[in-house]
Design a protein around this ligand. Structure first.
Ligand code: SF4
Length: 315
């Protein structure tokens, strides 16, 4: 039952959820199916950097993606079959999640993306990448894809602050990000930007400013992640040495609500927290209770009598 007056909500949510977007667009249950096409990453092979971003596990941001030994169609079918047991007429969005999915010869990218569009029950396509791996030629190819399916390109920005980017070994600047972002935007390709709260050395104001600055770019979607520490990463070593701290849950909830208030209401919020693989997660352990975090965000927005976008243009 609708208990909030927010325009993009049918329930108690006071922000524009991805569920709301999918439900209204397709009128049916739709899932993203994470895939690992083994594209690799320029931040690991020495092209841009070595070792990758300090928080990134060897699964390359694809902790829930399929096994790269399997063909992507088999990865997709495996997940689809599981989901169909619960929702028998659900649709799926193949999601190239692990690694940098525009980092390969363009013909290879095109072939894989076009193939994924034909998978059974597929209604769209999501491609996750780095903005510095977008150029005019790739953007033209993606534009052609977007003419035949509901395409969204996800760009991992994490922070607008280059100082922090250096600390996490992101190996590209905010200016590089803007270049790639604008090349896609010029072609009216839907973009979802990822940001992370809790990066080393960042204050609450910096995190809010990152969200606000990204919001002003008017992406189609925004994913707000929580920094979590995963076993085996560089950040894990820093965490053990006390150089990195995990956010407390209440602190995180306040930051996310402050951010949501500054994001235009039509930007789809595709995520408001992060959830690492349980076996590898070191901190913060409260993040495992994802629904609890989401509930706390709902409760805080209600307590403030606030909505997504309420402060846009006001500070
Ligand atoms: S760019 Fe993405 S895949 Fe590559 S190291 Fe960073 S987080 Fe991992």
């Amino acid at each position: 039952m609708k208990s909030s007056n927010f325009r993009y909500s049918d329930d108690n949510k006071r922000y524009h959820t991805y569920n709301y977007y999918l439900r209204h667009k397709y009128g049916i249950k739709v899932f993203k199916v994470p895939l690992n096409a083994n594209f690799g990453c320029p931040n690991r092979d020495g092209t841009k950097g070595v070792g990758g971003c300090t928080y990134c596990s060897n699964k390359m941001s694809g902790d829930f993606a399929g096994d790269p030994i399997l063909d992507i169609e088999r990865q997709y079918d495996y997940v689809r079959q599981v989901l169909l047991k619960k929702w028998d007429n659900a649709k799926c969005i193949p999601y190239f999640q692990a690694g940098t999915n525009t980092y390969a010869p363009i013909e290879k990218q095109k072939k894989l993306f076009e193939r994924a569009m034909t998978f059974k029950n597929a209604v769209g396509l999501n491609i996750s990448t780095r903005a510095d791996c977008i150029n005019e030629e790739i953007a033209d190819m993606l534009y052609d894809i977007s003419q035949n399916t509901d395409l969204e390109v996800e760009l991992g920005l994490q922070t607008i602050y280059d100082k922090t980017a250096e600390k996490i070994n992101r190996c590209h600047t905010y200016e590089d990000f803007l270049k790639g972002y604008n090349i896609l935007k010029e072609r009216k390709i839907n973009i979802c930007v990822h940001i992370i709260n809790g990066l080393p050395g960042e204050t609450k104001d910096m995190m809010i400013n990152t969200a606000q600055t990204v919001g002003a770019l008017k992406p189609h979607g925004l994913k707000i992640h929580l920094l979590y520490i995963i076993k085996g990463t560089k950040m894990y070593e820093q965490f053990l040495r006390g150089e990195v701290k995990a956010l407390e849950r209440d602190e995180y909830v306040q930051i996310v609500c402050d951010q949501l208030e500054r994001i235009p209401e039509d930007v789809v919020i595709e995520r408001v927290t992060g959830d690492g693989v349980k076996e590898d997660l070191i901190a913060p352990l409260w993040s495992l209770k994802k629904f609890c975090v989401m509930n706390e965000i709902d409760k805080e927005m209600l307590r403030r009598n606030s909505y997504q976008g309420i402060l846009v243009g006001k500070d």
